[in-house]
Each structure stands twice: as C-alpha cells, then as structure tokens.
Design a protein around this ligand. Structure first.
Ligand code: Q9C
Ligand code: ZN
Length: 363
C-alpha cells in the first residue's frame, strides 16, 4: 500500500450546482454550500507533492445508486432538475415573482410543503409542482445542473473506492460536492441529495465490514437512516447535540441501530462550546467502538464545520486539531476513504483539508 502520494479525486462538474440563497428565519441569506469550498481544496492539492489529483472516473447512473436510495427519489431529482426552467417559466407556479437578470438561468426549486407524518400523505401522487415528498427541509434546492452534479459527486466517491480496491492505496480523498450525509434512503436536505459516503461504503463491503465515521459538525441523519438495519456497516458520528443543533430530530446517544443491526449505530453528541480536548476524547471513544466492530475499511465523512471559526458550527477544533484527527485515524491502520461533507469557512477550507491529509500521511 502506498502512502506518500494520496489520490485526491475531483470533478469540475460540481461548479454548475450553485444555489444563491437559502431561507433562514424569514430571510433569504447566502447559501453557505458554495463551489469555492471544493475549488480552494483542488487548488491547494494541485500544488503539493504528497497528493495527486485524479480527475478521471467512471460516471455512475441512477441505477447504480438504487442500493442506497429509493428509485422514486432519484427519478424525482432527475426530473426536477430537467424541468426546473420550465417550472419557473410557468406563472401558475408563482404568486408574483420576477426573476432578476442575475437569477435567470440559476433557477432552483425549493420545496415549501412537507408531508409530515400522516398529513398530506397523498402528495406523492400530486402533479402540482411543490413536491416536498422527498425533502425534509428547504436546504437542498434543485437546479438544472443539480442532478448532473450529484451523479458526478457520487462517482468521485466511488473512484475513491477504486483507488483503495484496485490501486492498493492506503488512503484516498474524494472531494464530493454536493455533500451527502443528510441524504437518506428516501429523503434529502441540508445541502445533500445523494449519500456519497453510503454509496462508497456499499462498494467497500466487497472487502468485508465497513465503518463510516462521521466527523462533520452535523449529525448525518441520512447515513444513520441508510445504515440503521445494515449489520455490516457501523455508522458512528460526533456532532452538535440535537437539543441544540440541526437536524434536531436525530443524533441522540440512545439511537443505537435497528433490530437487525443492534449496536451498529454510535452517536456521540457534544454541546455547543465543546473544546478541542472534548472533541479528541470523543474521537477516541468513536475509534474504540470502531475497533470493536473490526471493519475491513473506513469511510470518513469529513466536515470542517467543527473548526473554531466555522460560521455554522459551535465547536472549537483548531487548525492543528485536524492534523491530530488525521493522525488518530491513520493509526487505525485500515484502508481509509475520506469523503467531503460540510465546512463553511471558505478561507480556511483548503488549509484544514491539508492539515488533515498531512496528519494522516505523518508529514
Ligand atoms: N442554523 C452539511 O454540513 N442549516 N450540512 C442549518 C440552522 C443546515 C449542513 C441552519 C446545515 C446543513 C453537509
Ligand atoms: Zn455539517
């Protein structure tokens, strides 16, 4: 296994998915999940001699994702992206909206009605435009290039798997965008559409059990739901406590896995203000749980929103902290695929990625 030169998998297609705004507390605010998050990392990793950029990969199709996601959701994503321009040109879909010049060509569908519990359960059959059926929030808007970007992101993740399986790499880092850990079997939200980590993990099962360790600031409710009844995949996560943090309705420590996979879900919620020492102690607990599970490979859902200056997160991991996280993960001595999830301090993003990679490589 070669360690000195980590493959970093990248696709330019993500840049076409770039919603301008999200709805927050009655306001439209800038959408934090921006292309620069990945572009800055690409630029950084192009210039180092301990990484190599991989830009060729096999493009997946919807069918390749159907082990993880409901075909209806994939079809919905594809169709909504394909019809979003037409949707915006139909005045019946609006009260009175005129798109500014800057907005034209950048139309995104935002759901505004959600079939919570039993309410409006027939929305699945509705031919109206406002199908919130597969969304759990308003934060995964679908534009005309979104489906394409989502397919490439999942493909970038799977190329990371190929680097481990076929090239014998010890590590690979897939710069997936849009991210994935809030996307579940039949739901999407939180900037996520398709669960890149779960798609990758499913393929890594060829080698034996897989552990997905989620170090994004937010609970990966999508990954948890996908893995809930899968005894061969451990899902473990350190995240903002659901009493205080998005996605609020999951991430409690007593969520430990479904009847068919009891004990294979590990949630370690931390409160706002958690220090780096708190964080690293939780990481050690997570790694101990992982060791007990004894997986053949690791998928790390990486989020840099645990960074002390992150605008969305309230933990206090320093720059150097990411190198330490990288070292502790590398010490597990397992084939490891890093999959990018969140992280919203765009200025710091590339450096934090670099710290993690150098930590993992022992540089
Ligand atoms: N303060 C990822 O990091 N916004 N998604 C919450 C409430 C949604 C984060 C707004 C955050 C989603 C991949
Ligand atoms: Zn996050």
């Amino acid at each position: 296994m070669s360690e000195a030169n980590m493959p970093v998998i990248y696709s330019v297609v993500h840049t076409n998915h770039a919603p301008a705004v999200e709805f927050y507390n009655g306001r439209l605010v800038p959408y934090p999940e921006v292309p620069a998050r990945v572009e800055s990392m690409r630029a950084r990793f192009e210039g180092t001699d301990y990484t190599r950029l991989v830009t060729e990969y096999e493009l997946l199709e919807a069918d390749d994702l159907s082990g993880i996601h409901a075909p209806g959701m994939l079809e919905y994503l594809q169709q909504t992206a394909a019809s979003v321009e037409e949707f915006f040109s139909n005045p019946d879909n609006f009260y009175s909206i005129e798109l500014s010049e800057a907005e034209q060509g950048r139309e995104y569908f935002y759901p505004s009605v959600f079939p919570t519990r039993d309410f409006m359960a027939r929305i699945r059959e509705s031919e109206l435009g406002y199908k919130g059926f597969y969304h759990f929030d308003t934060e995964a808007p679908i534009g005309k290039h979104t489906w394409e970007a989502v397919l490439h992101a999942a493909s970038v993740g799977v190329e990371g798997v190929r680097q481990l399986q076929k090239e014998g790499e010890r590590f690979a880092f897939s710069l997936c965008r849009p991210p994935g850990h809030h996307a579940g079997p039949d739901f999407m939200g939180g900037f996520c559409f398709v669960n890149n980590a779960a798609v990758a993990a499913e393929r890594l099962l060829d080698q034996g059990r897989v552990a997905i360790l989620d170090i994004d600031y937010h609970h990966g409710n999508g990954t948890q739901a996908i893995c809930w009844e899968r005894p061969n995949i451990l899902y473990g996560s350190i995240h903002g406590h659901p009493d205080q943090e998005y996605p609020y309705y999951s991430g409690y420590a007593d969520e430990t896995g479904g009847p068919g996979a009891a004990g294979t879900n590990v949630n370690l919620p931390l409160r706002h203000g958690a220090t780096e020492a708190d964080y690293l102690a939780a990481l050690d607990s997570l790694l101990a749980a992982m060791q007990e599970f004894d997986p053949a490979s690791l998928v790390i859902s990486v989020g840099f929103d645990t960074f002390e200056d992150d605008p969305l997160g309230f933990f206090n991991v320093s720059r150097e902290g990411y190198a330490e996280i990288g070292r502790r993960i590398a010490a597990q001595d397992l084939p490891t695929l890093f999959i990018l999830e969140g992280g919203y301090d765009v200025e710091a993003h590339a450096e934090l990625g670099d710290m993690l990679v150098r930590g993992a490589l022992g540089l």
